[in-house]
Design a protein around this ligand. Structure first.
Ligand SMILES: Cc1ncc(C[n+]2csc(CCOP(=O)(O)OP(=O)(O)O)c2C)c(N)n1
Length: 549
């Protein structure tokens, strides 16, 4: 009768515009693997670990703004993939995790590899649905797509009992449910424009909702129209040109207190497209929770995130991009004092940016980033894993507004190499530059095999400092001289890369950096560059000697 449920699922995904999914195969969803074999319009990417597959789906979603798709097996596969659910939730990224499940007749018996996903993933996912009836499968997939996409994008889970997938059904594939439209918040725009014209020291905090071409254009237009300095939320510094005089910086970790205090002098905070998370608000201090020191206008598509932690004077549930476009159409006259405020903010950032050769001559990621400043392409895609090595990129690299920065806002280690694979597949021809620590690389670096398998010329710079350096830094601050469980004995990363079939290079001194970076970027294929980073340079802002009591 009709078609096999597994085929219905794949056809429904096709109707939603899906063209790629990431997986580690499992016996619990063989009919889907077979259906995808029959439907080559959706490329099925074979990964080496479910965390890698999940991270790839997250990164793909960041690039397409459509749900990333990941198929994994029950129990062990699903739990391996759970890090992607967490990352998608923290980063507000649409993700659908499809999990094979034991046959319906065995559900609840704690059968082989059975997990109750509704309970297990209740806190991580926006929705978890087990499809008991093949006739409802297309409907559930369409709902999963919609819920993952809006109003705050996030992860959902669809659980597929294996016997259901083999069943025949007369149901037709579902078309996408239309996304609910959000008006640009009409008359409130007038009020915002008026307040922007009166403010002496306004500050716009721009978040991830603006991370596409339209969002970036709207942000730039609104900033220009109102002479508004722009701060970007955590790991979003790529959405605004960093050399633009209106760029006021990036709300990351380890911001010096004096710098935060300067931002706190603002008299009007306009937060657009950000949930105002812990890191971006510098620990709920900018703005201060729950009652900000200055007027706060918060614009976010999901009313559930407005006035949740911070009392905004104006809380506006609207599409951030449309809102900024409308604000840009009402340019304002500014108080004359505004110029000094804008110049002071940008001046601080610009002055701190250039990398300076350290006086002790030790190697860190600084000279690598300095070389990348010269050599990276205009539309390069940068990927950072979680860890202190990324601080040099955040501090010294001036994103031009076209380049992209991908990484886990939620701070998951291990995203870097999988995200590089996803970016290589999604954006062929663009330069993919990945920075990862020795800790993070050995978590999911096996996806280098996937990069090789799919012929992706990713460039991976591994900061080999023999340490889980970020944690070591915390230890030196809290328990000086008592490092614990942070030392690493590493393989030779260049040789390891060669064993995978990639090019392996090393940088051992500051002087070697420019030439080796150039060589790596010029290589036609994938390259791993091992950077012998001194653990003494424990972050882009501190040395171990500085921290010694
Ligand atoms: C999956 C995961 N596990 C643990 C952590 C905690 N953590 C944050 S940074 C870090 C160390 C990172 O080490 P490395 O990749 O070598 O980079 P480094 O800090 O030395 O530059 C750890 C363990 C995390 N963020 N994510």
């Amino acid at each position: 009768m009709g078609r096999r449920a597994a085929d219905l699922l794949v056809e429904t995904l096709e109707l939603h515009g899906a063209d790629r999914a990431f997986c580690v195969p499992g016996e619990s969803y063989l009919p889907i693997l077979d259906a995808l074999h029959q439907h080559p319009a959706i490329q099925l990417v074979t990964c080496r670990h479910e965390s890698g597959a999940g991270f790839m789906a997250v990164a793909d979603a960041k690039l397409t703004k459509r749900p990333g798709l990941c198929f994994v097996s029950r129990g062990p596969g699903a739990t391996n993939a759970s890090i992607a659910l967490h990352t998608a939730e923290q980063d507000a990224v649409p993700l659908i995790l499809f999990i094979g499940q034991v046959p319906r007749g065995e559900l609840g018996r704690r059968a082989f590899q059975e997990v109750d996903y509704e309970r297990t993933f209740a806190d991580l996912a926006k929705g978890v649905w087990t499809v008991h009836d093949a006739d409802r499968l297309a409907e559930v997939v369409a709902r999963a797509w919609l819920v993952a996409s809006t109003p705050t994008p996030g992860p959902v889970v669809v659980v597929l009992p294996e016997d259901m997938l083999e069943e025949g059904t007369a149901a037709e594939p579902n078309l996408p449910f239309p996304l609910p439209r959000q008006p640009a918040a009409g008359e409130v725009v007038e009020e915002v424009a008026r307040r922007l014209s009166q403010a002496e020291r306004p500050l716009l905090i721009a978040g991830g909702c603006l991370d596409d071409e339209d969002g970036r254009a709207a942000l730039l237009a609104a900033a220009n129209a109102h002479h508004l300095p722009v701060l970007t939320s955590f790991k979003r510094q790529d959405i605004f040109p960093n050399c633009n005089p209106l760029y006021a910086g990036h709300l990351g970790f380890k911001m010096p207190a004096e710098q935060r205090e300067v931002y706190e002098e603002t008299d009007l905070l306009l937060a657009v497209g950000t949930r105002l998370g812990e890191v971006s608000t510098q620990g709920y201090r900018l703005p201060r929770a729950p009652l900000p020191r200055q007027a706060l206008i918060h614009v976010y598509p999901d009313a559930g995130h407005l006035n949740r932690v911070f009392a905004a004077e104006l809380a506006i549930a609207a599409d951030p991009c449309a809102f900024l476009r409308a604000v840009a159409e009402r340019p304002s006259q500014q108080p004359t004092t505004r110029t000094a405020w804008v110049e002071a903010l940008h001046g601080r950032i610009a002055a701190a940016r250039p990398w300076k050769r350290p006086t002790d001559g030790l190697l860190d990621m600084g000279p690598v980033v300095a070389a990348l400043c010269e050599l990276a392409k205009e539309d390069a895609i940068f990927i950072t894993d979680a860890g202190n090595f990324s601080g040099w990129l955040h501090r010294h690299f001036p994103f031009n507004g076209r380049q992209r920065l991908l990484g886990a806002v939620g701070g998951a280690m291990g995203i870097a190499v999988p995200a590089a694979v996803a970016a290589g597949l999604r954006c062929p021809g663009r330069q993919i530059i990945t920075l990862v620590g020795d800790g993070g690389f050995l978590m999911t670096g096996s996806e280098l095999a996937t990069a090789l398998q799919y012929g992706l010329p990713v460039k991976i710079f591994v900061a080999d400092n023999g340490s889980y350096g970020t944690i070591r830094l915390h230890q030196e601050r809290q328990y000086p001289g008592r490092p614990s469980a942070t030392e690493l004995l590493n393989p030779n990363f260049a040789k390891l890369a060669k064993a995978y079939g990639a090019r392996g290079l090393t940088i051992e001194t500051i002087d070697e950096a420019p030439e080796v970076v150039e060589q790596a970027l010029a290589e036609p294929g994938p390259v791993v560059v091992s950077v012998s980073s001194a653990v003494e340079h424990i972050s882009a802002f501190a040395t171990l000697s500085d921290l010694a009591p």
